[in-house]
Ligand binder design. Sequence first.
Ligand SMILES: NC(=O)c1ccc[n+]([C@@H]2O[C@H](COP(=O)([O-])OP(=O)(O)OC[C@H]3O[C@@H](n4cnc5c(N)ncnc54)[C@H](OP(=O)(O)O)[C@@H]3O)[C@@H](O)[C@H]2O)c1
Length: 332
Amino acid sequence: MFMFKLFVKNRMSSFKNLLADFHIVGPIGLAVTIPWIMYRMFSAAWLRKSYNDLIGKVVVITGASSGLGEALAHEFYQYGAQVVLCARRRQELERVRTDLLHSQCKSTTYPPIIVPLDLSEPNFQNHVDKVLSITGKIDILVNNGGISYRGLVKDTRIDVDQRIMAVNYFGTVALTKAVLTDMLKQKQGHIIFISSVQGLVALPERSAYSASKHALQAFADSLRAEVAQYNIPVTIVSPGYIKTQLSINALTSTGKVYNQMDATTEAGYEPQYAAQEIVKGVLKKKKEMVLCGLLPRIAIFLRRYLPFVYFFVMERRARKSRLRDSAVGKEK
Ligand SMILES: NC(=O)c1ccc[n+]([C@@H]2O[C@H](COP(=O)([O-])OP(=O)(O)OC[C@H]3O[C@@H](n4cnc5c(N)ncnc54)[C@H](OP(=O)(O)O)[C@@H]3O)[C@@H](O)[C@H]2O)c1
């Protein structure tokens, strides 16, 4: 009986302690939670209103014939932007335009414009002049078009490295310069680069792709500083895997098309989700967006703050991958 009383007394006193703690923790919790909820409500209302800013904006999107570019075209179009669809395959651009014209929209719409172009042939002044002759201005440039790569450095022909750089880096830089001239005259605009998590951390067997995306990050950082005074924000987006044709269209070490859907790409974000997040970031004029899950974020952290751990993990990954390849080779 005595033991029972003692037990109840102990419990009561710990309950009282808990209440006393709540007197401190409660107000602190409320002081943090209420402003946080208000901030979230305010930013949601602000974002709803900001979508109206896209009405009538001219948005040039490269790589608009599939994947993320196509999803971005839908996202900008439905909020009233006039989208200019660029890529090599005219037929696919026509398909995207037809889909847009038949889609349900939340705003007034403007007919999409098609401008076929090849990023590896970097002379874009005629293309830009053509757009300007129709629209009179370019408000937003989304540098999204790109190709990926699979291969070991030792096996990869130099013309494959050059081709990846020509499309992902030099083509993007050349188009940006062609559009920038008009934006500087207007003293307004917004330039977006779709880089990749691999523009922040390089993976084995992706050397050319990672290098091209790292180069884009540096270019965007320099450009951002230079054009801020002209009211031209620069946003660089680093997405993780997105479920698109990227791995299928990737080049191999010999320059052939890889033609395989990687499991990682298949399990990636839906392009529509990525496009929604990117447009939100654009409205918020974010300078940088990393759009990925926890593991890639850990990799970015390790590369920056604990590089020796990152180097170790990547060496293991490269060794494992080579073992896998040689096992596959034996099976063949
Ligand atoms: N999917 C992912 O996991 C992922 C992750 C991070 C970043 N990204 C980036 O997202 C961007 C879009 O890729 P995606 O995933 O949507 O892949 P995708 O479906 O293969 O789309 C690539 C787009 O780029 C265009 N393109 C390729 N070469 C071109 C060239 N020489 N000239 C002009 N356009 C060209 C393609 O159009 P045409 O073939 O008609 O020319 C296509 O519209 C790329 O920059 C990619 O690096 C993708």
